[in-house]
Ligand binder design. Structure first.
Ligand SMILES: Cc1ncc(COP(=O)(O)O)c(C=O)c1O
Length: 345
């Protein structure tokens, strides 16, 4: 449903507002001090999340960034290289946290999307390099891959690449902020990816539509240590069951993500029907649509201005490239409003 003021907000799936069911669950949540592990709502959600991704334990964190950074901190030593694609969220969009908090640097494996081939990883992780090379400490994957438009990482690609890391004793972390979109889009279980990771995180506050919260998942020992690091970073929360309750509602409704994907498809196909070079439909795999201004008559900035005039918000993914994200607070009528703006331009 569009926002009550009539704005259609396609900037991100983080803009959703809690549903009535979420607000009710928050109001009624049974709570305790989670730093003492006394919050039953948090404990139940952590257990449910761990089971759903096929890992031993899980830890509720305020944000995806904190969950990723706890993972990087625990898996690496200062000076280590974190392996990722150039546009990985952990590298480009987390304010240099890995360097600031863990003293790590990045070892970049070139890729047009979130995939890293076995051959490229084999080279990046060459154990016969000179001792003064950066020591690879962690391999990270991102699924779906935000910067390439919500594309789905192939489980086979991840399996092969992770095997190369594991053979060399290098742990694997999966940034699965939108892993439930990947699962819905590919029609497979999250375990298709999580089984190839040492740890993973996913967000309740993205496509799932909760107001806040992420989960870091891994072995029991890893999560025990993660709890200490979370507290060190200021993420020890008290009666946080009020937030976990909303996250639980969002999580239980995750089957609805396919609706967002259908909306993205409707939008992508609608734009492509009018301006075929503006959208690469092969990349519209989940809840994002990238629109290349080079394929529009007057470019991306003009399209954005026209949208704003019609009460529609959208963001830039790159220069002259817009990114539309579908979520539970936009609907088919909002998509059609976007297309109407193109028609009236
Ligand atoms: C792929 C990916 N990882 C991590 C994050 C970080 O999540 P948060 O904004 O909750 O810190 C985001 C946020 O958009 C993301 O897209």
């Amino acid at each position: 449903m569009a926002f009550t003021d009539g704005t259609a907000d396609f900037r991100s799936d983080t803009v959703t507002r809690p549903t009535e069911a979420m607000r009710q669950a928050m109001a009624n949540a049974e709570v305790g001090d989670d730093v003492y592990r006394d919050d039953p709502t948090v404990n139940a959600l952590e257990e449910k999340a761990a089971a759903a991704v096929g890992m031993q334990r899980a830890l509720f964190t305020p944000s995806g960034t904190m969950a990723n950074q706890i993972g990087i901190h625990l898996h690496t030593r200062p000076g280590d290289g974190v392996i990722c694609v150039p546009s990985a969220h952990v590298r480009k969009y987390e304010l240099g946290s890995a360097a600031a908090i863990s003293g790590t640097t990045f070892l970049v494996v070139e890729s047009p999307d979130g995939s890293m081939t076995a051959a490229a990883l084999d080279t990046a992780l060459d154990p016969n390099g000179p001792y003064y090379n950066i020591r690879p400490g962690l391999l990270t994957w991102e699924n779906t891959h935000n910067a390439s438009g919500g594309t789905i990482l192939s489980p086979e690609v991840m399996a092969k690449g992770s095997a190369i890391a594991s053979e060399r004793g290098i742990p694997v972390h999966l940034d699965g902020a939108r892993i439930w979109n990947a699962a819905a889009g590919a029609g497979v279980e999250v375990e298709e990816w999580s089984q190839h990771a040492t740890s993973m995180m996913f967000c309740f506050s993205k496509g799932l539509g909760a107001p806040i919260g992420s989960m870091l998942c891994g072995t029991a020992d890893f999560i025990e240590e993660a709890r200490r690091v979370r507290k060190r970073l200021g993420g020890g929360m008290r009666q946080v069951g009020v937030l976990a309750a909303a996250a639980a509602v969002a999580f239980d409704e995750r089957d609805r993500l396919v609706e967002d994907h259908l909306l993205a498809r409707r939008l992508g196909e609608g734009i492509a029907a009018r301006h075929p070079d503006a959208v690469d439909l092969a990349r519209v795999q989940t809840n994002m649509v990238r629109v290349d201004g080079a394929g529009l008559p007057a470019g991306a900035a003009r399209f954005k201005d026209d949208l704003v005039a019609a009460g529609i918000l959208v963001g830039f993914a790159a220069q002259d490239v817009l990114r539309f994200v579908t979520h539970r607070d936009v609907n088919a009528a909002d998509v059609d409003r976007v297309l109407a703006v193109l028609d009236s331009a």
